[in-house]
Design a protein around this ligand. Structure first.
Ligand SMILES: Cc1ncc(COP(=O)(O)O)c(C=O)c1O
Length: 486
């Protein structure tokens, strides 16, 4: 962020554009047709159907010239690839971990951790679950316990660290189940499903102290560690003068194991598990060739390993660590200025709109976040992601598990979008907010049993003043206010 002479702050781009990709601009009628064909599930849209793809920041970030150049130098050896050793060196330098296990992405790392550490009947406390994390730990027979602070569910909050784990809840959980039922405590940096909210270093230290008291390992999901480190630097007293590199190293020093999706902070398309403990490496290493690939590529192309090695180092650059966070802060402040209910304070990953407050006439089981994501798409061609009850799978007995938060996430991939894109999205969402009573709910047409949000298909339903064909009526009003080809 840079201060302007009038006192405002501006997220200043510290890069210039070298390569561009032409964006399609489908008309509102084409967008309506596309969302219907996709079963009102934004995951099932095609790139050609949309203008701005704000589904995720996973694998969609713009890579640096240094990353692309490094990928050209990759060593394609099946075993002993020099590319892997460059990544392991970066892990040692940046995270301080001597042992690196490659995996093709974050969920593959979770799979190996679950296979090695989670037994039926185990309980895994965490500040917040991530969808794939929960799926792997549950499939291994464990139960995920989310013990974030109550404040995390207040979307209009001034709490700077809503990704903190509630220490009192952790103590109670250990007392209830016994430490031997808890294979590890998981902390997610920049808790994704809480709206990209960071934990504080003070909180992580407290978690570590309790873990030491009961001899329970700590695992930190570092997929978004650079963003969390940047927010600690900007928000936590005592860290203002510390470098991002120092903060990242301190975070990792609290963990027995870290794992990450390389698709986020490191702007590449891989994953890894790292530790400073040889016994943990030796426990997990045999599973890498079984599920991922040999220990020196782990299911990644060596080109990606090279670019991840560079990405791990580049994320310690304050500009790289903060480039998404700053633009998200701008996005959130512009939405808030228009009166749109958005998760505050701004965090990482993207701007998160509170669908329960945007659509108070819908209840959780009419899937307000899914309906809002579809409506935003119809009136803008901006693809966001439902992060609410649709993203929760049913309980084993078939009961719906209602999400505490119903969010539409508009992700801001690193270095991919400009201020004009943000302003366009803000304008169309503000228009939609004026017409919010027209948005109805959704019901299942086809509901998969596991991770239903990926492939499930839904249909529009009436709710409040909205008719069952609310999608069509919304498009008609949009054409009246703008035009057919907008
Ligand atoms: C915090 C977190 N952990 C794990 C994952 C899973 O990583 P991947 O998508 O690379 O499998 C993600 C993906 O978005 C994530 O945000």
């Amino acid at each position: 962020m840079i201060k302007l002479s009038d006192g405002r702050s501006l997220p200043l781009d510290m890069h210039k554009v070298k390569t561009v990709q032409r964006l399609p601009f489908p008309t509102v009628e084409q967008r309506l047709g596309a969302i219907r064909e996709a079963g009102f599930n934004t995951f099932l849209l095609r790139t050609r159907d949309m203008f701005l793809d704000m589904l995720t920041d996973s694998g969609t970030n713009a890579q640096s010239d240094a990353q692309l150049a490094a990928s050209m130098e990759s060593d394609d050896a099946y075993a002993g690839s020099e590319s892997f050793y460059k990544m392991a060196d970066a892990v040692r330098d940046v995270f301080g971990c001597d042992y690196t296990l490659p995996a093709h992405q974050g969920r593959a790392a979770e799979h190996i951790i679950a296979k090695c550490l989670v037994k039926p009947g185990d309980v895994i406390p965490m500040n917040q679950h991530f969808t794939t994390t929960k799926a792997h730990f549950t499939l291994a027979g464990g139960t995920v316990e989310e013990i974030c602070t109550d404040e995390a569910y207040n979307t209009d909050s001034s709490c700077l660290f809503k990704g903190n784990l509630d220490i009192e809840k952790l103590k109670k959980l250990i007392a209830k189940h016994g430490a031997d039922k808890i294979p590890f405590i998981r902390m997610e940096s920049t808790a994704n499903l809480l709206g990209g909210q960071p934990f504080s270093m003070a909180n992580l230290k407290e978690v570590r102290a309790i873990a030491d008291q009961y001899d329970i390992p700590v695992i930190v999901d570092t997929s978004l560690v650079a963003d969390n480190a940047y927010m600690i630097k900007r928000r936590e007293p005592g860290y203002e003068q510390r470098t991002i590199a120092e903060i990242i190293k301190e975070i990792v020093s609290m963990a027995d194991i870290i794992y990450m999706s390389g698709r986020k902070s490191t702007t590449s398309r891989g994953g890894l598990i790292a530790t400073h403990k040889k016994e943990i490496h030796d426990l997990m290493a045999p599973l890498v060739p079984v599920y991922e690939g040999f220990l020196t590529y782990g299911g990644m192309s060596t080109r990606e390993i090279e670019s991840m090695a560079v990405g791990i180092r580049e994320m310690t650059d304050e500009y790289c660590a903060g480039c998404a966070v700053d633009l998200i802060e701008y996005f959130v402040s512009r939405l808030a200025e228009k009166g749109i209910p958005v998760v505050k304070p701004a965090g990482g990953v993207g701007a998160h709109i509170d669908a329960m407050r945007f659509l108070p006439h819908l209840d959780h089981l009419q899937y307000p976040a899914g309906a809002l994501a579809a409506a935003i798409f119809i009136c803008s061609g901006v693809r966001g992601m439902e992060r609410g009850t649709v993203s929760m799978d049913r309980d084993i007995d078939g009961t719906e598990l209602v999400s505490e938060l119903e969010l539409v996430r508009l992700a801001v991939p690193r270095r991919a979008f400009t201020m004009s894109h943000i302003e366009y999205a803000v304008d169309r969402i503000a228009w939609l907010y004026e017409h919010r009573e027209m948005i109805g709910g959704l019901a299942w047409d086809d509901e998969p049993k596991i991770l239903r949000f990926f492939l499930g298909r839904l249909k529009p339903i009436a709710a409040g003043k909205a008719a069952a064909n609310w999608d069509e009526e919304l498009a008609q009003v949009f054409i009246r206010d703008f035009s057919l080809d907008m």
